[in-house]
Design a protein around this ligand. Structure first.
Ligand code: GLN
Length: 246
């Protein structure tokens, strides 16, 4: 039986708008195919894990305060996460987690929370807490090799700048900055996005992209996933697309 090993970081601190549900979706889609999905948790003061021993590292979103709380601990993990990423471990990052992999996040009070600097972008929140990007969002990504419209919910003050390879093009909503054209950041083994919801529940192609990536990497060959019945997921997404894009 093939196995995917996931490290879910700061699940107790960074978990907005159902972000932990992403782990349930990934493990469900593995289980339905007879793939074992092991999810370990890491949080402040856990023993330092071997990040490279995982297939995927996941960090959800959080309020400015939680981002400050985990910041010092996250910095201690920098070397291990950077090494794992360079070796090809998949990084899946939502909102606050996305911001903290960049150079820094300047919060609404003007405090700089240092990021791990794995990527070149940086994020600055306006000093008014009222100016936030809030609402449903639709983006079109080409990551899987064909155009996929991804739906989710965004709620962030942070304006992320300096992204060269966005996750998708905004069809509805804000994205990296207020009314911007681009959303998130991506590489072959990175999806960083502002989409909560949880992001994966209505977007099965994105889950499968990550599962396929992880299995192909660990087996050293191209893995073709068994198809699942996604009728309900697709119907849910269609309701949102019809509502937002028509
Ligand atoms: N606190 C950050 C911001 O407001 C991240 C928010 C989030 O993770 N939803 O930009």
């Amino acid at each position: 039986m093939s196995t995917i090993k996931i490290l879910h970081m700061y699940a107790d601190m960074l978990d907005l708008y159902g972000d932990s549900g992403n782990m349930e979706v990934l493990s469900y889609r593995c289980r339905m195919r007879g793939i074992e999905c092991v999810i370990d948790k890491y949080s402040i003061d856990s023993p330092m894990p071997d990040f490279s021993s995982y297939d995927l590292i996941y960090i959800g979103g959080g309020a400015d305060l939680e981002q400050q709380h985990i910041s010092a601990d996250l910095l201690k993990c920098r070397e291990g996460i950077a090494k794992a990423y360079k070796e090809g471990v998949f990084l899946f990052l939502i909102c606050g987690g996305y911001q903290l992999m960049g150079r820094y996040y300047r919060d609404a009070d003007g405090n700089d929370i240092p990021g791990l600097g794995l990527f070149d972008y940086f994020t600055v929140a306006p000093n008014s807490r009222r100016k936030r990007c809030i609402g449903n969002i639709v983006i079109r990504t080409q990551l899987t090799g064909k155009a996929v419209d991804v739906v989710g919910f965004e709620n962030h003050g942070g304006q992320t700048q300096g992204v060269k390879t966005p996750f998708g093009k905004v069809l509805y909503g804000n994205g990296n900055c207020s009314k911007s054209e681009a959303e998130g950041y991506t590489e072959k083994n990175v999806i960083a996005t502002y989409l909560h919801g949880p992001c994966l529940s209505k977007n099965p192609e994105i889950s499968d992209y990550m599962i396929e990536y992880c299995l192909s990497r660990s087996s050293g060959g191209k893995v073709q996933l068994q198809k699942l019945d996604d009728t309900l997921e697709n119907q849910c997404r269609k309701v949102m697309l019809d509502r937002l894009l028509k």
